[in-house]
Design a protein around this ligand. Structure first.
Ligand code: SF4
Ligand code: SF4
Length: 443
């Protein structure tokens, strides 16, 4: 693989990104410890299909809620990208943040800037090279291990992770294998794959040509001002554009592209070329901003239009999705119960003047806390007789099933098929109402 050695970025945009990176990394590492209503703020337990998004628990029963959340997230990403281009990639994407602001910084600190890195790569394996490469890759491995643990804290939660760390490895072989595997994947990604993760692997990057339009704000070269490019000659009146063809914007680019060739899929909008070009413009006494955050229309037509018909369309779709999501969350029950007559069973006429129907039931806990539900029948005089223990205690996101007789006095029934309403309670709090049918002999 052809290894790039981008020049170390410096400048005001880079400084802003450093500050933003500190905020992003702090949030990334602190969030798994934040709890809301006794549960993690965010949890993405794909293994058990349990998710917590800002304190809202989404269990296996709420796949529709998860689907709608993902759909609205995707529409949000499309809307955001249409307006602000790849702002996410350059500033907040964990791949860029770790690659450019952590791993690349470690590399610059140990191996020096671009020239020294190239020399070191070409040098024979002497003591100095072994020491520097050994140190660099050891630190890369440690940071990769940290990131693997960070990932796991979002999948399992910090409590489960702490348990795994405290207890013997033999008790958690599959999860420990997972940590080792992810450490290897992150190490491979940040030590070898690097910018290829953005330019070849990432599907978001590949969608840019569809998501962006001529009004999107991106890092762009002002070709109207810069072209025709030409070297700076001190004693000649300049007839060319402002680009002096110094290639500083290319040597600093972490994905190895030339921004002057127009908007490209490989550009992660890292702003390094803005700083590089601004340095040059400053040095030669030209206005800064030959490369800047702008849109194609702003460069060509001098018009900036953020609210386009496309943006309005996406916003309306997003608003509808969020409204639907809000309504579904607000009206969601803590339990989901199904109760059907046992297949092939008939009603039973009891000697005490009551009628019994046999049912099978399943009750799902849609919360992340233990629930001790009881089922009540609204029909006067009716009662439930559970086969076995009536203890329906449900673990977090757990399920309980069994069989139950519903027994109703014949006098309370006046037709062959009656619809019954049942309710699930925890203590005095009603969690859910549901219906079933009850069969009785014809009058
Ligand atoms: S850094 Fe600026 S002046 Fe130099 S080549 Fe790039 S666009 Fe042209
Ligand atoms: S072209 Fe500029 S903004 Fe885009 S990746 Fe390269 S240096 Fe970063």
């Amino acid at each position: 693989m052809n290894k790039l050695h981008p020049q170390k970025p410096t400048g005001q945009w880079h400084n802003r990104r450093v500050v933003f990176t500190v905020i992003v990394l702090t949030l990334l590492f602190v969030t798994p410890f934040i709890r809301l209503n006794g549960q993690p703020l965010l949890l993405f337990n794909v293994l058990e299909r349990k998710f917590i998004i800002f304190g809202i628990f989404i269990g296996p029963q709420d796949y529709w809620l998860f689907g709608l959340t993902m759909l609205s997230f995707m529409v949000f990403v499309v809307l955001f990208t249409t307006v602000f281009g790849r702002l996410w990639c350059g500033w907040a994407c964990p791949q860029t943040v770790f690659m450019e602001m952590v791993f690349r910084k470690i590399e610059y600190a140990i191996e020096g800037d671009t020239g020294k890195q190239k020399l070191l790569d070409k040098a024979p394996w002497n003591a100095d090279k072994i020491m520097k490469k050994g140190l660099k890759y050891s630190i890369f491995l440690i940071v990769s291990f940290l990131i693997a643990n960070l990932l796991l804290s979002y999948v399992l939660g910090v409590d489960a992770l702490a348990k795994i760390i405290r207890e013997p490895i033999a008790d958690h072989v599959p999860l420990f294998t997972g940590i080792v595997a992810f450490t290897g994947i992150f190490y491979f990604n940040f030590a070898w794959l690097r910018e290829k993760a953005c330019t070849v692997v990432c599907p978001y990057g590949r969608l840019q040509s569809v998501l962006l339009d001529r009004n999107s704000i991106v890092v762009a070269y002002d070709h109207k001002r810069g072209e025709p490019r030409g070297k700076l000659h001190k004693d000649h009146a300049r007839t060319e554009g402002d680009c002096i063809n110094c290639f500083q914007c290319v040597t600093v680019c972490p994905t190895g592209i030339d921004i002057r060739n127009g908007n490209q899929m490989e550009c992660v909008n890292c702003t390094a070329c803005i700083d590089a070009c601004d340095h040059i413009m400053d040095k030669i006494g030209f206005d800064k901003g030959l490369i800047r955050y702008t849109s194609e229309n702003a460069i060509v037509k001098k018009t900036t239009k953020l609210i386009t018909a496309r943006v309005i369309g996406y916003s309306v779709v997003l608003l509808l999705l969020w409204s639907g999501l809000g309504f579904m969350i607000a009206t969601r029950n803590d339990t989901q119960t199904t109760l059907f007559r046992a297949p092939g069973s008939q009603y039973i006429e009891n000697k005490d003047g009551t009628i019994s129907n046999l049912y099978t039931f399943k009750i799902f806990n849609k919360t992340n806390q233990t629930i001790r539900p009881t089922i009540h029948l609204a029909t006067p005089g009716g009662k439930l007789l559970f086969a076995g223990s009536p203890d329906l205690t449900l673990e977090a996101a757990g399920m309980s099933e069994g069989t139950v007789f519903i027994i109703i006095p014949k006098s309370a029934l006046n037709r062959r098929k009656t619809t019954l309403t049942l309710s699930v309670y925890q203590g005095t709090e009603k969690l859910e109402d549901f219906k079933t049918t009850f069969m009785a002999p014809e009058e």
